[in-house]
Design a protein around this ligand. Structure first.
Ligand code: FES
Length: 157
């Protein structure tokens, strides 16, 4: 199920934890699975069989893996577009114009509501909580790569 690249990453991650604490690797393994899906299908998400495999490898109940994957917005539990547009609408970003960012994304993609994917399958628009970059608000994160964070130009006074 995991490809060679993922297996190499998993080995490195598991090497960081004592064997009796390997359940602590659940978050990085979910990320590894999500990135592999992105490489293989163009849609970075974590399907149920991948969560089951992670549970098996970490010797933990599958429900505990499902709980982690469904709690954090950084894990996609259903297919997303090639580009996952995540707009922060928490107060600092909202005060700095996140509504305009949402409107621009909707206009560019044809998406009318959060959670939808564009008809061409290229974009999914998601509303997220603080991305930890408030000083540069408003923030739009593309995919799970912090190098693709987009910051609006400073407003003119
Ligand atoms: S409030 Fe948007 S990044 Fe923190």
């Amino acid at each position: 199920m995991f490809d060679t690249d993922s297996e190499a990453e998993i080995s490195i991650v598991l090497g960081k934890y004592p064997a009796e604490r390997k359940a602590s690797a659940v978050m990085p393994l979910l990320y590894i699975a999500q990135r592999q899906m992105g490489r293989q299908t163009g849609s970075a998400w974590v399907p149920l069989p991948a969560m089951d495999e992670i549970a098996r490898r970490l010797e933990m109940a599958a429900i505990r893996v499902y709980e982690v994957a469904s709690f954090y917005t950084m894990y996609n539990t259903r297919p997303v577009g090639r580009y996952h547009l995540q707009v922060c609408t928490t107060t600092p970003c909202w005060l700095r114009g996140s509504d305009d960012v949402v409107s621009a994304c909707q206009k560019a993609t044809g998406i009318s509501q959060f959670g939808q994917t564009s008809e061409d399958g290229l974009f999914t628009l998601t509303e997220v909580e603080c991305l930890g970059a408030c000083a540069n608000a408003p923030i739009l994160q593309v995919d799970d790569d912090s190098t693709k964070i987009w910051m609006a130009p400073a407003p003119k006074n």
